[in-house]
Design a protein around this ligand. Structure first.
Ligand SMILES: [Zn+2]
Ligand SMILES: [Zn+2]
Length: 421
């Protein structure tokens, strides 16, 4: 059995791994990597190395895991599985990236036709069902990260092989990740290998204090948020504490929220969540957008790293005493990073100084270091393979795990790793 990483190795982004076993060749995830305002980076084509794929499995609907799937379907026909919400979110993201690619003149991309073809070859993978396709047997587990997110256990050459995908443990909309039990080979994300997250209640207290402070002083609380997962979590978090505070939701998060409403069984306490969604103002035209800026209010909008999206409309038009509250990871080179480090953003190549207070709260949807180690201990694998983690931190984590007695390998892009002879 061999693994060939095409991306997502010694980096976070463009996750893509081919596992080759006696039963066949499986591609797990096929994402893109966003780097600030620059063009996305793509994983290599599996067909550069092999002539045939038997199956594709997609863990969840974040760009770095599903973003480049239609590229395969420009020329190839491969059955693929994900949970149903993952497909719906994928479609939203693909359409958006076709639009962006056209705007930026990217040539190495896919068309709507490829998207349609990808949809033709899709099969639903429901949590806990043991599925067998083309000799390859696998099972999806709830990964507790975003709606429909899955960890994947494959049975190959008599071994249990587990891919964690992205795992979460403190979502207000989903239960914590499910554990597959003991496995032989563990492919684990390690995004936060170097830190533990603060308890979610402390963060929520901090968020609410900042919001009240801004609104009581006549300002806005502008919360740039990722469309998939974070936007919906924030609505729930704020509404759980305050039923009346005005909330406006703008950008692609609106469309993704519809997927959350469509798949109620994937959302914890769905009835209340539905009520929470009904209570917010969805910004669907310029009039509502202006209304959002008229009185003190919470504004949740894309892009989460301030590289495009309606957030750039709000930013220069905020009332005095407003606060900007970042809730996600801000990649080097992104406007969000610039805002944190230099108090300015770039819009259409021009630099704008931002005078409002900026805060950064760690609402990560990933597990922290402690949970990563717990996961590995319970899985008790013969070998661990580290992926979805920055190069700067992965080697220290490898050493830590080795000191605990694990056999650990850091996956490298385009470098074949033999699991067994
Ligand atoms: Zn993710
Ligand atoms: Zn990811």
């Amino acid at each position: 059995m061999k693994i060939l990483p095409l991306g997502g190795a010694e980096e976070v982004g463009r996750s893509a791994f081919v596992i080759e076993a006696e039963e066949g060749r499986v591609l797990i995830d096929y994402g893109v990597k966003l780097e600030g305002g620059a063009l996305p980076r793509y994983p290599d084509s599996p067909y550069k190395y092999i002539n045939k794929l038997d199956l594709i499995l997609i863990s969840h609907g974040h760009l770095d895991h599903i973003g480049y799937v239609p590229y395969i379907y420009r020329k190839h026909k491969v059955p693929w599985y994900s949970t149903p919400p993952t497909l719906d979110i994928g479609e939203i993201l693909w359409k958006d990236s076709i639009k962006l690619a056209k705007l930026k003149g990217v040539t190495d991309h896919y068309s709507q036709k490829a998207v349609e073809r990808a949809k033709e070859y899709w099969y639903p993978g429901l949590y806990h069902n043991q599925i067998k396709h083309n000799n390859i047997s696998f099972r999806f587990w709830d990964a507790g990260h975003i709606i429909g997110s899955a960890g994947i256990t494959l049975n190959l050459e008599g071994k249990r092989v587990h891919y964690t995908g992205d795992i979460g443990y403190r979502s207000v909309l989903h239960p914590p990740y499910e554990h597959p039990g003991e496995v032989n080979y563990l492919f684990t994300e390690a995004t936060y290998a170097d830190k533990d997250h603060p308890p979610i209640d402390n963060l929520i207290n901090e968020l609410m204090e900042l919001i009240y402070e801004a609104l009581d002083n006549g300002g806005h609380a502008l919360i740039p948020a990722f469309a998939v997962g974070r936007t919906q979590e924030l609505i729930k978090i704020i509404r759980e504490r305050d039923k009346h505070i005005p909330i406006f939701v703008d950008g692609m998060g609106k469309t993704v929220t519809r997927v959350y409403l469509k798949y109620g069984s994937y959302v914890k306490d769905f009835e209340h969540f539905e009520q929470d969604i009904m209570s917010v103002n969805i910004v669907d035209n310029i009039r509502v957008r202006k209304r959002a800026l008229r009185d003190p209010a919470v504004i949740i909008t894309t892009a989460g790293m301030l590289d495009g999206g309606p957030v750039l409309y709000y930013l220069p038009n905020l009332k005095p005493n407003s606060k900007i509250i970042l809730t996600g990871y801000q990649v080097e080179g992104s406007n969000g990073r610039r805002l944190l480090d230099e108090g300015r953003v770039e819009i259409d190549g021009q630099s704008f100084k931002i005078d409002h207070e900026v805060h950064h709260l760690d609402f990560s949807a990933h597990v922290g270091r402690k949970q990563l180690i717990d996961f590995a201990n319970r899985a008790n694998p013969e070998r661990i393979f580290l992926e979805h983690v920055d190069k700067e931190k992965v080697y220290a984590f490898k050493e830590d795990l080795e000191n605990m007695g694990f056999n650990v390998t850091v996956l490298k892009r385009n470098s074949v790793e033999k699991l067994r002879e």
